[in-house]
Design a protein. Structure first.
Length: 364
């Protein structure tokens, strides 16, 4: 069966073309009127404003005694007296332990008697030398013998002094490991002496804060199981960075007159750094890291503009910008993955101002 071909007249073809163009025009007008793909993307923005920022770091630390020594016996012997109570306070110079020194005392008395004889002999020979009764060599030998006797006596006095153990500073003595009448050997640890008022707080901060830590910085710290908040003052900062942890060690002191703070306790430490009066702070989610560094997206004239920035203090929720932006800039906070340079945007909402006090949480 043959298919019949239909012929279209030129006038009819022209009419069809006009109708098609008219239909396309109507569709474009409907798209524009309906606000489709050409509508700007709605985003939240944060308007930068210079504000005071009380910069703080939260870290962990350990309480330490201000001074601490092991009381060690330098002399072997029997303990004849103990002059302290376990856990009690002692004063600098107080006698804590006496060790039997009867034998040493006898040797010292003998040495002192020989020393007296040697001194008398040296005096007589000096007179004889003056009248040429003896030679210079004989007098020199007498002097040498006297010096040796004097050294022997000094050595025994030092040994006798070791039989009495005194407190090198005022503090609190711990539990003792010896009893009166017991025997102690050389270098035996008798007890521990600690000075706990003031008490030290040892902690570390990330290396980026090392230059900000100086003597005089104030800290606040709390202890586990204690609702009180204590204050302290930084007095020393380690001049180098610990390579294993990339941190800088810091020490502070706090008053402990009532003895509530115990060495070895775990502490949560808040370090107050210098206040920044004109900080530009953005929410942390507005920051975009890439291989070249850090950037943010700004809304300028309804368009997206990227800006390279330098960072200051960074916390869990906010970031301080030190360059690349100015007060009044609108930093885009939402929809960052869907935006590109030059894209049309409109502000949906302005975020609330960042809190003036920022805290960087660090775990040692």
């Amino acid at each position: 069966m043959k298919r019949r071909m239909t012929r279209w007249s030129p006038a009819l073809l022209s009419a069809l073309v006009v109708m098609l163009f008219a239909a396309c025009g109507d569709k474009e007008e409907q798209t524009a009127a309906g606000g489709g793909a050409v509508q700007p993307m709605a985003v939240q923005v944060h308007v930068l404003k210079a504000e005071a920022m009380d910069n703080a770091i939260t870290t962990t630390g350990t309480l330490m005694a201000n001074e601490e020594v092991d009381l060690v016996s330098e002399l072997a012997g029997r303990v004849t007296a103990i002059g302290f109570q376990e856990g009690g306070n002692v004063s600098a110079g107080q006698v804590l332990v006496r060790i039997n020194d009867d034998e040493l005392q006898a040797q010292l008395r003998k040495a002192e008697a020989n020393l007296k004889l040697g001194k008398d002999d040296e005096g007589r020979k000096k007179q004889l030398l003056a009248v040429s009764g003896i030679s210079q060599e004989q007098y020199d030998a007498s002097q040498a013998q006297f010096a040796a006797l004097q050294a022997d006596a000094d050595d025994l006095r030092a040994q006798v002094a070791k039989s009495t153990i005194r407190a090198p500073f005022s503090g609190k003595v711990g539990l003792r490991s010896v009893s009166e009448g017991g025997y102690v050997g050389n270098n035996a640890i008798i007890a521990k002496l600690q000075q706990i008022d003031p008490i030290k707080i040892d902690f570390a901060v990330p290396e980026r804060y090392g230059r900000s830590m100086t003597a005089g910085n104030m800290i606040h710290f709390t202890l586990e199981g204690d609702t009180a908040t204590y204050t302290g003052e930084v007095y020393a900062v380690e001049p180098s960075v610990e390579t294993a942890t990339r941190t800088v060690r810091v020490r502070a002191r706090s008053n402990n007159k009532d003895g509530r703070l115990i060495p070895g306790s775990f502490a949560k430490v808040d370090v107050r750094l210098q206040e920044v009066n004109d900080a530009l702070v953005i929410p942390a989610e507005a920051l975009i890291p890439d291989i070249q560094g850090q950037k943010v997206l700004l809304m300028k004239g309804g368009k997206v503009v990227s800006a390279r920035v330098q960072l200051g203090t960074r916390t869990a929720n906010s970031v301080q910008l030190t360059s690349g932006v100015q007060p009044g800039d609108s930093v885009i906070v939402t929809g960052l993955l869907a935006l590109r340079e030059g894209a049309a945007v409109r502000a949906l909402q302005t975020t609330a101002p960042t809190k003036a006090a920022t805290t960087d949480s660090t775990v040692r």
